[in-house]
Design a protein around this ligand. Structure first.
Ligand SMILES: [Zn+2]
Length: 601
């Protein structure tokens, strides 16, 4: 049983900087993908001839909650149009994917699993009562085909079997039929056992394998949490065991893993795929709700406030396939690639650099984070991630005013006609927690709220910390935010057409060519934090909402052979080659070109 439950987009409404971020997403690629990208516009899912597998379900998985959170009528009707077309495709036996009966045997049923996850999201947002029956028919048919050996679990479906459980758990709660548990067991038995792959995570190799595939691993972290109840198994916190091993051998400063696109070790110039960032966030949202453990929410914040905004341009029109922690340029490195099995343009900002999965899948990142702001259980409401929003839950309204993570203050304005218990999660890095003017212990806050109006003001301090990283490097972190030396750049657009897909301004490719120095080291451990207004683009390199001034000195970093636009994994020399200068470091999520892991001299 999940410890806490999620609210829906009817109950949580974004405000402040979060609302603005979602509006940018809607005005950017997410809200226009069905106009500009043939794989969504003309997909087989809606009767066209283009991709009929993961791309439409991926996109809808983010587009639907985005539309509902913003209460955007045009987007809501677009979502409904897509869902109606998909439902109309369902065959008499329950099969719903755009694949003829004779070809089902060869169809990777990852798309069956994914469309059930997406339709569950649609149900949560719309309450459309057609969905439970549609889901039941899809999965009962899936069960019968697998049981009778008419199809096999292979390819991505074998490695992502647990994704089916989001819909299966819902169906079990609603219908409780025996076949649901039987299908759960078949999926677990025939699906890949990640426990058998641990050894391959310890020695990352440039060999494309599904068991070291970064997106599979990001998804896999939630597998035990979503499946063990239905399977009648206990909970052993496998996610923590797996995460620790992945982190030890492939961890990044933003609490993710390198994977370009298989695990890539501890080099801050290797890539992390965008799909893995949003999938890891979703895993941590579910793990926090399932266990109530603070550590998962803190890791969620680290990814959401650093890795996600860093790899999307500030207008959210373009994205990278992979981001690098030390990223001094985003320029093609042809003919060689700095990435394991990804091409030399995977770190460009564009419509679908390297491959189009992230173009469809990135959409879920911000909307699902917004939906994780508050959780509930019985008569308890939990403030899980401090995000500006309004919660409406059966006679309770909570307006959360905050500029977190850019400031460490929050004001809860509560108006309720019923009594309830209220919990505010306090991150472990918080110091000097003050509530309504009174100093408190640094731990989660609990309140018994009575009917009427209540106001709770929470504030705490965060201090700059130089986190030791592998290879003798350090990263500066203040609360959930990582800070980087920003590198100035020229943005060079490139319009072209490839495989029938037009890259046209503003959804074309961009190379970022550096025009300021990047070869720095930390020269002191005194840091000064200063604040500015949050601009119209919360994660802007030119107007960062918070900066940290630090004494830095240049060193001879050197370039990684044979590249002219990739820095070395570690500096060639740590001897200063310039006097100390004061540099304003900015949030990692704001810095499109940046140095994050640097030595201390
Ligand atoms: Zn991807």
């Amino acid at each position: 049983m999940d410890k806490w439950k999620f609210y829906t987009s009817n109950e949580i409404k974004p405000a402040g900087w979060l609302r603005r971020q979602l509006e940018i997403q809607a005005e950017g690629l997410s809200g226009n993908l069905h106009r500009v990208w043939p794989d969504i516009r003309d997909s087989k899912w809606i009767g066209g001839g283009r991709e009929g597998w993961e791309r439409v379900p991926y996109w809808l998985d983010g587009f639907i909650p985005l539309a509902c959170l913003l209460e955007d009528e045009e987007m809501i009707s677009t979502a409904k149009r897509y869902v109606d077309a998909i439902l109309a495709m369902q065959e008499d036996d329950g099969w719903i994917c755009p694949c003829s009966k004779s070809k089902r045997k060869f169809y990777d049923t990852w798309a069956v699993q994914l469309i059930t996850k997406t339709l569950k999201v649609y149900y949560d947002c719309s309450g459309d009562e057609r969905i439970p029956d549609v889901l039941s028919r899809i999965l009962k048919n899936y069960y019968e085909l697998l049981r009778d050996g008419e199809i096999r679990l292979f390819g991505w479906a074998k490695y992502r079997w647990f994704e089916t459980f989001l819909a299966l758990n819902f169906l079990d709660e609603r219908f409780g039929e025996d076949w649901i548990r039987d299908l759960a067991q078949i999926l677990k038995d025939r699906g890949f056992d990640y426990g058998s792959a641990v050894g391959s995570w310890e020695k990352p190799r440039r060999l494309w394998r599904r068991k070291t595939h970064i997106v599979n691993l990001a998804m896999m972290l939630k597998s035990e949490a979503v499946s063990h109840d239905l399977l009648g198994e206990g909970y052993a916190d496998e996610a923590e065991r797996f995460r620790r091993i992945l982190d030890r051998y492939n961890g990044t400063a933003f609490e993710g893993f390198t994977g370009d696109e298989v695990l890539a070790g501890l080099d801050p110039t290797r890539g992390t795929e965008l799909c893995a960032v949003v999938e890891q966030m979703f895993s941590y949202e579910l793990l926090f709700a399932h266990t109530g453990e603070n550590r998962w929410a803190e890791k969620l914040e680290a990814l959401a406030f650093n890795a996600l905004p860093a790899t999307l341009d500030e207008d959210m029109r373009t994205h990278q396939y992979v981001q690098m922690v030390n990223q001094i340029a985003c320029q093609k490195t042809t003919p060689f690639t700095p990435f394991g099995t990804n091409g030399p343009e995977a770190h460009l900002f564009g419509l679908e650099p390297n491959f189009g999965c992230c173009t469809a899948n990135f959409n879920q990142g911000w909307p699902k984070l917004a939906l994780a702001a508050f959780l509930h259980d019985g008569n308890t409401i939990i403030s899980s991630v401090m995000l500006p929003c309004v919660l409406k839950d059966q006679g309770v309204t909570i307006r959360l005013e905050t500029e977190y993570p850019f400031r460490n203050r929050a004001r809860y304005l509560i108006n309720t006609d019923r009594a309830f218990s209220f919990m505010v999660r306090i991150p472990s890095f918080a110091k000097n927690v003050v509530v309504n003017g009174t100093e408190m212990k640094n731990e989660d806050l609990r309140f018994e709220i009575r009917p009427g109006r209540t106001e709770i003001s929470v504030g705490f301090d965060t201090v700059p910390v130089l986190l030791p990283r592998p290879n003798g490097l350090f990263a500066l972190r203040v609360g959930s935010l990582l800070f980087s030396v920003p590198v100035g750049y020229d943005k060079i657009p490139h319009e072209y057409t490839k495989r029938g897909v037009e890259r046209k301004y503003p959804y074309c490719d961009y190379q970022l060519v550096p025009k300021s120095d990047w070869n720095y080291a930390f020269a002191d451990t005194d840091f000064t934090v200063s604040y500015a207004d949050i601009s119209d683009h919360p994660f802007s390199q030119s107007h960062p909402p918070v900066t940290v001034r630090a004494e830095m000195q240049k060193i001879d970093w050197g370039l990684k052979f044979p590249f002219r636009t990739v820095c070395r994994k570690t500096p060639k020399s740590q001897t200063p080659v310039s006097p100390a200068e004061e540099i304003a470091l900015i949030p990692y999520g704001c810095a499109k070109l940046r140095m994050t892991e640097m030595p201390k001299i």
